[in-house]
Design a protein around this ligand. Sequence first.
Ligand code: AMP
Ligand code: MG
Length: 484
Amino acid sequence: MKLTNSYVRLGENFYESTQPEPVNDPKMFLWNSSLAGELPLLEELNLSEQELAELFSGNKLLPGSEPIALAYAGHQFGHFVPQLGDGRAHIIGEIADHSGERRDIQLKGSGQTSFSRSGDGRYALGPAIREYIMGEAMHVLGIPTTRSLAVTTTGEPVYRETVQPGAVLTRIASSHLRVGTFEYFAARQNHQAIEQLCDFAIKRHYPELQEGGGERFLQLFDKVMEGQIELVVEWLRVGFIHGVMNTDNTAISGETIDYGPCAMMGSYNPKTVFSSIDRDGRYAFGNQPAIVQWNMARFAETLLHLIDKDEKQAIDTLGSRLENFSGQFKQRYLQMMGRKLGLSQIMSSDDALIFGLLDRLEQKQLDYTTGFDRLTQSLSSQSVEQKMLDELGSWYPAWRQRLESQQENSEAIQECMRQANPVVIPRNYHMEQVIQECLESGDASVAEVFLDVLRSPYQSTNKTLQFQVVPEDADVGYQTFCGT
Ligand code: AMP
Ligand code: MG
């Protein structure tokens, strides 16, 4: 069995053929054996840890590998950049998982490419650990995401504001097509390339559209928009703030990609922003749906020529799809919030109940995750019920009354709430502590402990308890960074 490379077949203007730059002293730091178990090629090769470190630092190549750096453009904080591309990443090939689905294997931090501009092509260990842990946390929360297979250390320094140990992260993604990939070709008026990208995306992600003839482009747009709505609703469910929702970080597959300056919201406030460069709050927690819609408008613009030869007609057609965004989002959002509150069906009066709770959480600066967890607990504990009454006032009995209007018994309601409300999330404070300890000790064992805890996001256990506690004021002044 070998790697395959279907993206290479699209043609040379889609990528640059380029080899990873070897590193001094590759060592395995984090290895995702459960993800590796999904990939038959790796099982078949049965490699030693040092052989894996050589492969996933880019020093050696897997059989069949043809490394490439992808070409893409993107809107960064609203401004169009016609050429970005993989400046520090190489896709080394595609691999079929046990169910036959293709996944890209990408090395990140594997050296410079022709897209590097002034960047060094490298990745620091701290942010690599963060990306690995966040991806796993999102995955176990049930949220579509790229995942990390490995973090290797390179034995080389990386120069940022301080000198840091270098690392290469191996990312597994169902593809690396982004809105920015389409924008790259749209900016060059290469309509044929956009048609090729659409067909690639359809084959990889939505094969049921293959028979769609000329309608398939609009159908693809609908699927991508649907996927993005599902994704952002899931982010809102758990309090995830992506932090840099540029169009080059918006995957056509509907997976969460690029965990640069991401963070988790503690106390509920839709204006929450942690990214040091997001001064206007463009990518604030509560602004994420509007940004997804904006990104989908940029995606729509790249498809105009394929939708209708008459540009005005194409704008009308795609424009009406985009107008559906708000309605579709609201419906999915209310259903999701309903589940968080134990409501099996949403009624028109539930808007007031849902937003009434969010208002109270915001006013009282209550923690989003523990807030919902305590609501669940309040159904079986009188002392928690009393606390909730004190904190939430008249909202609380109104909610209990609404629950009583349902057919479901209390057990079923609690179960529904437990499945929607995590008890443990990768809180910023804990994440930073874990990374710091890893960097100081040069050892990944604390990260492994944290990962083990995060693998039980919906069930409180002896292991999770320590990480369920909300560290006081831990998010005050907390900042995350791009350019890592
Ligand atoms: P990101 O912020 O990781 O989404 O990256 C945005 C763009 O900057 C992409 O084109 C990256 O390839 C590029 N980039 C980020 N960091 C580096 C680096 N250290 N060296 C070269 N290119 C980089
Ligand atoms: Mg990116």
